[in-house]
Ligand binder design. Structure first.
Ligand code: 6R9
Length: 653
């Protein structure tokens, strides 16, 4: 289905029902937003009371955004425990309420309803297992697990004892896992025997084995026996988590932690170099996740909230685990995929668990839209009150389908723009306060001050409509604090291009009504099926292959994935292009990074368009990949303009 290039300018005002129910209506939004910007200390000082503090904070905000001195602190003398906020404080009032509904990959396997009481016991036991393995406050624990309850137990167990977790998406390769274990200096890795997904099984433990060959031999491996599939076992290194959980005590005190103590490190791709370890705090992050979860999704007591992301991504951290559990919600954890056993699975799960808020990515919406409406119409979706989307810009066709076919025209759609770095929603319509427009992120969340800058001069543009790069003017509590082990890189990446601002890497448009539309990345980051990837990572994987001399990778529009991966590859002199080599390079990249980085197109490039100083002109490569060769722009600065003609005439379909 072709994507329209023109925005759909229809405006959908919130319904009376939505306004009546919502926590925040238009007047309240204006009042609160204004307070959050003019008096952040007062505003966040008050909001901080959403959390239970062991020792209350006396300072709220202590921030410096100036390049060279960047430092971000919120509630810094406050003491709390994140796991206690997500579990213990609910026990008296809702110990028997379901905290997590686990829906397995196989629809015939019964779902599990894990109450807050159960969750408390499991998390305590897991925490005691970690302690028994010598994990201490501040130690890093890598979690390489599928979407199973143990992933939640492991994250919360780390939080309980003050260890820092780093969840690595189970689709990443052994190499990618090893790099992350080494970068954060993890003491142990938690994995599972195998991971069922869409009826197939990924051999996670054997991936972990392969990764650990490249790590210190002190790193332990805790194994969850999930499927019972046979795995190798290295005595002294591998530990059977389930067996050990049975033998340790069912209670474990929650360790008092400083608000600024790191809660987790999550690796994400940037435009250069290897993935960065984004560091999030305990206090500010949890508060922001909890508040956005409640207000953006208009969460109320008794709701069943389903975010379909994987816990390996920030969306899973904030809106499967931390936000919902801090609010005492019931959160759905789904092990499977939207199209297994068929394209009705999401909707059947919504019906089965009476989901009230459903939050997914545009790529999933487009894939399901392509399968036809009958898959949706088979299920009773009357429990759903609100729909959400995240991860990439949503095209109007997909938005309209989501609205009409899934939401029956009566559910507000929150198109939430945010990033791994931001911890929670930054811009989104709020259900009872704002109208929606297909594809617009609309308005900033409380405490978020977006600015549109002229890309070259860095000047703030005040008038609307306008378009430019999106920066944020001041800190918010959910903001990342640093890059793990490399504060200089943190400053360089986010604070050096536009001094005094946090630079998001996204472009945006502000329309005549003052509403925001995200136009996509302005750097070399691409977004493939909602998975964020640096083109540089794919390039370095390609050039690591013996046949490859040089590679340049760009994104191009892809109907389902949003963007596809287009690779221009220059071979070594003694190599000949062949279909077999294409296949080999594809599988090479899959093993180097993971299946999500599999190239969609590989085009042989005898030469790449370079400036005289040797810089690859990606703008030209993007145009060729997009098949938009009529507007290549100025090619006169190229060292050898003829390579462009060659690339155009040999463009791969
Ligand atoms: C939460 C998450 C961040 C990048 C971000 C932007 C894109 C996310 C979006 C969106 C348009 C939305 N993005 N949400 N673009 N509309 N609603 O996705 O984090 O994986 O770090 O990706 O995703 O380009 O900069 P992350």
């Amino acid at each position: 289905m072709p994507h329209s290039t023109q925005p759909d300018t229809t405006v959908y005002p919130p319904s009376d029902d939505t306004v009546a129910r919502a926590h925040v209506d238009a007047a309240r939004y204006d009042e609160m937003y204004k307070a959050s910007i003019t008096d952040p200390e007062g505003f966040w000082g008050e909001q901080g009371k959403r959390l239970d503090w062991i020792k209350p904070y006396s300072t709220v905000k202590d921030v410096d955004f100036s390049y060279g001195n960047v430092s971000i602190n919120w509630f810094s003398d406050g003491v709390l425990n994140v796991a206690a906020n997500c579990i213990d404080r609910h026990l008296a009032t809702r110990g028997d309420q379901t905290a997590i509904i686990f829906e397995p990959d196989d629809p015939d396997t019964p779902a599990q309803h894990i109450t807050y009481k159960d969750l408390h016991e499991k998390v305590c036991r897991m925490a005691n297992v970690l302690l028994s393995q010598g994990v201490m406050r501040g130690d890093r624990v890598v979690i390489y697990l599928p979407m199973i309850p143990e992933a939640a137990y492991a994250m919360l167990a780390c939080a309980r004892i003050g260890a820092i977790h780093s969840v690595v998406f189970a689709g990443f390769s052994p190499d990618a896992l090893a790099n992350r274990v080494n970068d954060c200096g993890a003491k142990l890795v938690i994995t599972a025997d195998t991971a069922p997904r869409g009826g197939r099984r990924t051999a996670l433990k054997s991936n972990a084995d392969a990764a650990l060959l490249h790590c210190s031999d002190k790193v332990r491996c805790l194994v969850v026996k999930h499927t019972g599939d046979q795995t190798t076992w290295i005595n002294g290194r591998d530990v059977d988590v389930n067996a050990l959980m049975e033998t340790v005590a069912p209670d474990c005190p929650a360790r008092p932690m400083g608000a600024e103590d790191p809660l987790f490190v999550l690796y994400t791709s940037g435009s250069t170099g290897k993935p960065k370890g984004v560091v999030h705090s305990s206090g500010g992050y949890l508060l922001f996740a909890a508040m956005t979860h409640e207000i953006t999704f208009d969460y109320h007591e008794g709701d069943v909230f389903w975010c379909t992301a994987d816990v390996g991504w920030v969306t899973g951290h904030s809106y499967i685990i931390y936000g919902p559990l801090a609010n005492g919600a019931t959160t759905v954890m789904f092990e499977g995929v939207p199209t297994y056993p068929d394209a009705s699975r999401f909707w059947q799960v919504c019906e089965k668990h009476k989901v009230t808020q459903f939050y997914t990515a545009p790529t999933a919406i487009r894939a399901l839209m392509g399968q036809g409406n009958q898959f949706v119409e088979k299920s009773d979706l009357s429990s759903i009150r609100l729909l959400g989307t995240v991860g990439e810009p949503i095209n109007p066709e997909a938005w309209n389908w989501y609205n009409e076919v899934v939401g029956k025209g009566k559910c507000p759609i929150v198109d939430t723009w945010w990033q791994t770095e931001t911890g929670g929603h930054m811009m989104t319509p709020l259900p009872g306060a704002h109208a929606t427009k297909p594809g617009a992120a609309m308005k900033p969340f409380f405490g978020v001050e977006p600015v549109v800058l002229e890309p070259q001069s860095g000047e703030e543009i005040h008038e609307s409509p306008t378009e430019g790069v999106l920066c944020i003017k001041d800190s918010w509590p959910g903001q990342m604090r640093t890059v793990w082990g490399d504060h200089e890189r943190f400053q360089q990446t986010y604070f050096s291009d536009y001094k005094g601002y946090y630079f998001t890497g996204d472009g945006c448009r502000r329309d005549a009504d003052g509403d925001y539309w995200i136009t996509g990345r302005v750097d070399d980051v691409i977004n493939v099926s909602g998975h964020r990837m640096g083109t540089a990572e794919v390039e370095s994987a390609l050039v690591a292959h013996a046949a490859v001399a040089e590679a340049a990778v760009v994104g191009y529009p892809h109907d389902i994935k949003g963007q596809g991966i287009y690779c221009y590859v220059t071979l070594m002199n003694d190599q000949n292009p062949s279909d077999d080599l294409v296949k080999e390079l594809r599988s090479w990249v899959r093993t180097e990074i993971g299946p999500i980085a599999s190239p969609d197109v590989i085009q042989w490039a005898p030469g790449l368009p370079k400036t005289r100083s040797g810089k690859i002109m990606r703008r030209i490569l993007r145009k060729i990949a997009e098949n938009d060769v009529g507007s290549l722009g100025d090619t006169s600065t190229l060292a050898d303009p003829s390579v462009v003609d060659d690339l155009i005439s040999n463009r791969t379909k």
